[in-house]
Design a protein around this ligand. Structure first.
Ligand SMILES: [Zn+2]
Length: 300
């Protein structure tokens, strides 16, 4: 590749025939002796042309490496540095509770705060893996269940992960849940401005808002088991399979949806809890990859 500028310079020299016929030093001595005849005048003109041509050739040569480098197609090394476009689902992280709903409380740990802290770290880890991550809250607000579900329902290809810190359980263990719909729904306050669920029992063709998860129960159960299987390896003492319980926030999500609960608020400092973010993100990424066909598993 670097031979190209030199060959181009040779072609520039050949574009000025006769330029090498008279060395510039020889003609310079004639000029010093004052040109008296036509041949000396022609010599001076030729010298001027030679100088101009050499200056032009040098300028063209100097410009070649930059322009060639700019036009050169990217080699294998350049191609390998291109970031791969995320191909996996959007991951919606839902830090539970918030605002006036503190969740579980320990002596120094408040669930809503640690859940948000963990969610932010999980988001950063998943983004490092190449996933697009959306949070249902990123401050001390408390969106309604329906608002949280609506964040996920805005996407076509998405999974929903609600993050909690338990009040019970051995510290350092983690449990994943999928929702069950058989039990009656516990009434929960709906925040002002929340998306109103469409109660429409007279229209059997329409899915009840609080039953929206029903078509995704199997997918959610499978995703929960895959995540829990990974977590069981990372967090000793954790169960190997997920558990089905009624989880209100999951019921209106029209996508695979799980809740992950880390034990517990009884730990003296949040360090043990926040340290779970990286292995939790890895577990989510591995579960996504395992739940999809080989060619569409995810960005990695
Ligand atoms: Zn909770």
């Amino acid at each position: 590749m670097f031979l190209q500028p030199e060959s181009r310079m040779r072609s520039k020299r050949q574009a000025f025939p006769g330029a090498e016929m008279r060395p510039i030093e020889k003609c310079s001595s004639s000029l010093a002796a004052v040109c008296r005849d036509i041949s000396d005048i022609l010599c001076a003109v030729r010298n001027s042309l030679l100088v101009v041509s050499l200056v032009v050739a040098a300028a063209v040569f100097a410009s070649q490496p930059t322009s060639i480098a700019a036009q050169a197609p990217p080699g294998p090394a350049a191609e390998s540095t291109q970031p791969s476009a995320p191909a996996g689902p959007v991951v919606v992280l839902d830090p539970a509770h918030g605002g006036t709903d503190a969740g579980a409380r320990g002596e120094t740990i408040v669930e809503k705060d640690v859940a948000l802290q963990i969610a932010r770290s999980v988001r950063a880890e998943l983004e490092r893996h190449g996933y697009r991550v959306v949070m249902t809250r990123n401050d001390d607000s408390n969106p309604s269940y329906d608002d949280r579900a609506a964040v996920a329902n805005a996407y076509h290809d998405v999974i929903f992960v609600s993050l909690h810190v338990a009040s019970t359980g051995a510290p350092g263990t983690v449990r994943t849940y999928y929702t069950q719909l058989a039990t009656p729904i516990t009434s929960a306050p709906v925040a002002a401005g929340a998306i109103a669920p469409p109660p429409n029992p007279s229209s059997p063709g329409l899915l009840q808002w609080e039953e929206a998860q029903r078509p995704y129960l199997n997918a959610s159960h499978r995703l929960a088991d895959l995540i829990q299987g990974e977590l069981a390896q990372a967090f000793s003492g954790s169960p190997s399979v997920s558990t089905g319980v009624p989880v209100r926030v999951l019921r209106s999500v029209t996508a695979p949806a799980v809740a992950v609960e880390i034990s517990s608020v009884s730990t003296p400092t949040p360090d043990l809890l926040t340290a779970s973010a990286a292995p939790l993100a890895d577990a989510i990424a591995l579960a996504i990859a395992a739940s999809r066909p080989a060619n569409s598993g995810g960005p990695r």
